[in-house]
Write a protein that binds this ligand. Structure first.
Ligand code: GLN
Length: 444
């Protein structure tokens, strides 16, 4: 493949859909390694040495990392070609990718609709590239940012167990929740990339010590005898009935392939959303303190006190949503409110983990819709309040609070737009959700 021609194709796509923040300069494609035929796009919040990495924010414009993130080093080590940095909600703050400082990515199935967020550019690009181009996107999730866009764009999104993939070189949103994972056209491609990027990294203190695994191996084992739990709270009111119908048809398909399913209850689900937003914003507000216009990205002439300078730069370069989350997070952490909000949220998080752990004693995987809706129109998003937008994460935040792996697989269409089925597994049981996803994909 000629990279110059490819680059021209990517630029044409980008003009129409705004999938990229930065497209990589021409380079030579390599021919050795497990990913040698693959093009890899990298979400803007994952550092790539020598390429602007701005996490979708104007405050980091011009920041070019002098080092490589571990995941990028791993895919390069297997011969992949990095094609650029994909568009996202600023620092991962959003569900529809409308909070980027670099334009809004548009859904290739209908450019009047959202790609989902926050890894919108990653999923949109994956869906838009023709099948003859092997491409994998590296995305990042804090509360659903791999699954949501995968579901809205009709591609596969794999969010691994917390700690399985190194976060070294990731521009943090909320450290106790952040994960890096692949978005791909097929379950097999996602499993292949996971095999390359998973593994212990001494530079990430939350990295799990374990032997590397080949996740492509067990993919064709099928689902005979597999026990699936369907949490009733995940199919209740608020879920578009057409989405629910498509998800049920996916579950029935798995049943016809030999799996058994049973409805279960996860009662903490209703508290998970509030707990998630308190914890995520609390961590984000401390993480963003370092962006003060001095060390990275945007700066201005200094002519006032530090506090005045700090707020002038941040007022100018942070977007609305980043400011909202700094305020929310700082408030929740304040002495006097900490017990009421932050510590309470941590208790809910423990309850959520315990409920999942109990469910996985009985079930191999849990199945639900990934999102309660299909990709909304931009005109619909404009009418949603911030809180209304947050409620759209209701189905993805609980598994993220628990740090369990999830896989969003396309299971049909509703109103002409793709629907994702969300498979959730116990910690480090990626093999089971991948095998289930592969059966669903094959049974299409
Ligand atoms: N939509 C969620 C949020 O805004 C999740 C984002 C993410 O996973 N990065 O926090």
């Amino acid at each position: 493949m000629d990279y110059r021609k490819l680059e021209a194709r990517l630029r044409t796509l980008d003009r129409k859909y705004s999938f990229f923040v930065t497209i990589a300069r021409p380079q030579r494609l390599r021919d050795k390694g497990k990913l040698s035929r693959f093009l890899v796009s990298v979400k803007d919040c994952i550092c790539v040495e020598g390429l602007q990495s701005a996490a979708g924010s104007r405050i980091l414009e011009g920041y070019i990392p002098p080092f490589q993130s571990t995941v990028v080093a791993s895919v390069l080590g297997e011969g992949a070609t990095i094609i650029g940095k994909t568009n996202q909600d600023e620092f991962g703050f959003g569900t529809f990718s409308v909070n980027s400082g670099y334009g809004i990515p548009k859904n290739p199935h209908d450019p009047g609709r959202s790609c989902g967020g926050s890894s919108g550019g990653a999923a949109g690009l994956t869906a838009a590239l023709p099948d003859d181009i092997l491409h994998i996107a590296l995305g990042q999730s804090t509360g659903g940012s791999i699954s949501c866009p995968a579901s809205f764009c009709g591609v596969v999104g794999l969010t691994p167990t917390y700690g399985l993939v190194s976060r070294y070189g990731l521009i943090d949103y909320a450290n106790s929740l952040d994960k890096i994972g692949p978005i791909a056209k097929t379950v097999k491609d996602a499993a292949l990339v996971l095999s390359v990027i998973a593994g212990f990294d001494p530079r990430d203190s939350t990295s799990i010590k374990r032997e590397p695994e080949d996740y492509t191996k067990g993919l064709d084992r099928g689902v005979k005898g597999l026990k699936i739990g369907v949490p009733k709270e995940y199919l209740g009111k608020g879920v578009d009935p057409r989405v629910a119908k498509s998800v049920w048809s996916g579950i029935k398909k798995l049943e016809s392939l030999g799996a058994e399913y049973q409805e279960i209850s996860l009662p903490s689900t209703k508290h998970a959303l509030s707990a998630y937003y308190i914890i995520a914003c609390a961590e984000a507000s401390t993480n963003l303190a370092k962006f003060c216009g001095m060390r990275y990205g945007a700066s201005e002439p200094v002519r006032d006190s530090f506090n005045e300078y700090f707020s002038r730069v941040r007022t100018k370069y942070f977007g609305e949503e980043a400011k909202r989350r700094i305020l929310l997070g700082t408030y929740a952490r304040m002495a006097g409110y900490r017990d009421q909000y932050y510590l309470k949220a941590m208790k809910v998080r423990t309850m959520v983990i315990q409920e999942f752990k109990k469910a996985f004693k009985k079930f191999d995987v849990l199945a639900a819709p990934t999102m309660p809706i299909t990709a909304p129109r931009f005109s619909e998003i404009e009418k949603m309040s911030p809180i209304h937008q947050y409620t759209m994460d209701i189905l993805t935040v609980a598994p993220n609070l628990a740090g369990i792996p999830t896989l969003s697989v396309p299971c049909g269409r509703a109103k002409g737009m793709p629907v994702g089925l969300h498979l959730m597994g116990d910690h480090l049981q990626e093999e089971k959700i991948l095998r289930t996803g592969k059966s669903l994909e094959a049974g299409k």
